[in-house]
Design a protein around this ligand. Structure first.
Ligand code: SF4
Length: 428
């Protein structure tokens, strides 16, 4: 069902009298199944829209618009497609009990892959979906491949009915669809020869595969399905050696790295992270590929905008994964601002000590780490820890955390965003 959530004032929809709550049924005679149909079918200039108003009356709107003038209609969020797999390494299955309900939704939705860059396995796509991807040219898609070997993939996804991903990708590629792929590697299941086979298959798809990321399996203390081996330093180094061999080949033949080890893989292998040139357009930065290098780059580029804060004491909160990389960054910030920066490493109380990512720290961890630090003038916390409503994963709000701390805190993505901003001067 496609329903209107909001109408923009003075827009075409407003002038037509379309109301929030209206159900949109067809566009130019074609039925609407979801937001994708709406998005693509309303691209025409002349539109006949059949709708059912909130009072139940069916109505037809006819309109013409010039130069892609927006209609002014926002839709209610789509019903997310649920995942048909049961991966041993599923992060959702590794969540602790008692969190808010939406966090437990295991989505696997090619529509969100196209619209927002969410990774999807394509396990639950039907023939009709394939036709839509091709007709609407939903490209690029972000695909969790994990392994192109069909038998290995069945085991990895814990789903005997999973379609053959290689055949799916090749069919879509023949229709002009491109992909960013990821392989979450479980030692003993899809590393070594299976990874080699996957990289070979993806490479042989040519331009269709825009990038491939290799990510080590990440587990929490609640990952109850996992039976695989532990990811250790030697395995991480072995995987990196393979990834870099393919990356060198790609640089030589295509002029770009193409396949990337995630930042976490380098950290597990205790290897220095590659420089900016390695990552090209940082296509998989949201997947933790190049995020550290990008942070370094943004800090270096923003130092001259940092205002002087001589003598101030600034706490920087992070998880233990990032801690070893922070000292040089904080030294630079210190030199640029005159402030003393202190790195504060917090442990994750919700997911357990195996989760060391800064972005997964919760409100309680921040209060525990900073609650008694009366000596700090301000503190920076990872902005990724809160959602768009200012709520941490453990349901603490940013406001509540702020009220329990003795210093002002600022969510920050790259330090510069806060240290060069005027807001900090007022609050501090
Ligand atoms: S595809 Fe696997 S990891 Fe992703 S939501 Fe489904 S079970 Fe979890």
């Amino acid at each position: 069902m496609v329903k209107v959530s909001r109408i923009e004032q003075n827009s075409i929809a407003d002038e037509l009298g379309i109301l929030p709550g209206t159900e949109l049924l067809t566009v130019n005679g074609r039925p609407l199944a979801d937001f994708l149909d709406w998005e693509f079918l309303t691209a025409d200039e002349e539109l006949v829209i059949e709708a059912r108003q909130p009072d139940g009356e069916q109505i037809v709107f006819e309109l013409e618009r010039l130069d892609g003038e927006p209609l002014g209609i926002s839709l209610q969020p789509p019903t997310v497609r649920r995942c048909a797999n049961r991966c041993e390494f599923c992060f959702i299955e590794g969540l602790p009990p008692g969190l808010r309900k939406p966090l437990y939704i295991r989505d696997d939705d090619y529509r969100l892959s196209f619209a927002y860059g969410n990774f999807a396995t394509l396990s639950n796509v039907k023939e009709r979906d394939i036709e839509r991807i091709l007709e609407y040219r939903l490209s690029p898609l972000y695909v969790s491949v994990h392994a192109t070997n069909h038998e290995a993939r069945k085991v990895l996804l814990n789903n005997q009915r999973v379609p053959d991903i290689k055949a799916q990708l090749m069919r879509l590629a023949a229709g002009g669809i491109q992909f960013h792929c990821q392989m979450v590697v479980v030692p003993g299941l899809n590393d070594a020869e299976v990874l080699e086979e996957s990289l070979t298959d993806l490479w042989n798809m040519g331009d269709a595969v825009l990038s491939a990321a290799v990510v080590p399996v990440g587990l929490t203390q609640f990952s109850h399905l996992y039976t695989g081996k532990k990811m250790d330093r030697d395995t991480a180094l072995e995987i990196l050696e393979r990834v870099e061999r393919w990356g060198d080949r790609a640089q030589g033949e295509r002029g770009e790295t193409w396949v990337f080890g995630s930042d976490e893989l380098y950290m597990l292998g205790q290897r220095e992270l590659p420089g900016v040139d390695h990552y090209g357009e940082f296509a998989q930065i949201e997947n933790g590929v190049g995020a550290v290098t990008s942070l370094r780059m943004r800090v270096a580029a923003g130092l001259e905008r940092v205002s002087r804060r001589d003598g101030q004491r600034i706490g920087v909160l992070t998880g233990s994964a990032m801690a070893p990389l922070m000292a040089p960054l904080l030294d630079k910030l210190s030199a640029a601002s005159g402030a003393h920066f202190e790195l504060i490493v917090a442990e994750n109380s919700l997911f357990g000590p195996t989760i060391t990512t800064a972005g997964l720290l919760v409100g309680k961890d921040i209060v525990a780490a900073l609650g008694r630090r009366h000596d700090l003038d301000i503190a920076l916390i990872p902005a990724e820890t809160i959602n768009e409503d200012g709520v941490f994963l453990d349901d603490f709000t940013l406001e509540a955390v702020r009220q329990s701390l003795p210093m002002p805190i600022f969510p920050s993505y790259d330090f510069i965003d806060v240290l060069a901003s005027e807001a900090i001067g007022v609050a501090a």
